[in-house]
Structures are given as C-alpha cells and as structure tokens.
Design a protein around this ligand. Structure first.
Ligand SMILES: [Zn+2]
Length: 134
C-alpha cells in the first residue's frame, strides 16, 4: 500500500473591514512602522482573520516595530501579526522572521492600498491571501 501524505494547502482569508482598519492604521503610523495582532481562526490550513488587537507597550520607528510578547495574555484566537514597511518592500526581514509570532505574518508596504498586503509563513514563504466579505 502506498501512503501518500497530502500536502496541506495553506491560505489566508482576510475580512475586508479588517483590511480597511489595517490600511488606515498603517497610514496613520507612517513614516513609522505600525504593528497589530491578528485575531481569527485556523482550520485545516485555512487561516481566517476577522479582528485586530493593538499590542500593549508596542514600540515603532521607521525600520522596526515590535512588542514584548511576555505582556500578551495567552489567547488561542491570536493567529499572527501584521506590520507595515514604510520603505515600500513587502519582503519579511531577518528580524521579522526572528520575531515571528503565531501562524502568519502579514506585511503591508507603502502606499498601503488594497494591493500592498502580503502573507508570509515563519520560513519566509508567501501564503496566498484573499480578501473576503464579512
Ligand atoms: Zn518588517
């Protein structure tokens, strides 16, 4: 018998009102980076993002954004983080991958429009992202 393990097809579904909130938050933070926690659910490789949390004690500058993870309550609905790159690159930096949190990392690049957002896994591979109606 041949047992072939099917590779889990991963994807990220982002609610459009959450996208709007992310984009306006990042615009507000510009030229500094903005950072937010993503809330949602993950089922069979599908990560659905339906909410946001502003991380406590977050610190940001033009080329960095972070928060002390130790201040976060343990919450299973935290599926990852989103942060912005005012420089206009959507690629995760080495620091981003070191500070990976949760299942997915979204990066929004300047100018923060609907086509400026990308999803990455902890190894820096891109994950397909779709915007969905609530
Ligand atoms: Zn970054």
């Amino acid at each position: 018998m041949i047992f072939k393990r099917k590779k889990l097809e991963r994807k990220v579904l982002l609610h459009n009102d959450v996208l709007d909130s992310i984009l306006s938050y990042c615009q507000m933070k510009h030229p500094n980076e903005g950072i937010l926690i993503l809330k949602g659910k993950s089922k069979k490789g599908e990560i659905r993002i339906d909410g946001l949390v502003i991380p406590p004690f977050n610190y940001t500058g033009p080329t960095f954004a972070g928060f002390p993870h130790s201040f976060l309550p343990f919450d299973m609905s935290y599926v990852g983080i989103v942060h912005s790159h005012p420089s206009g690159s959507a690629e995760p930096s080495v620091t981003d991958l070191h500070n990976f949190f949760g299942l997915v990392s979204l990066i929004v690049k300047s100018p923060y429009d609907d086509n400026s957002i990308f999803a990455w896994d902890s190894s820096g591979n891109s994950i397909p992202l779709s915007i969905v109606e609530n």
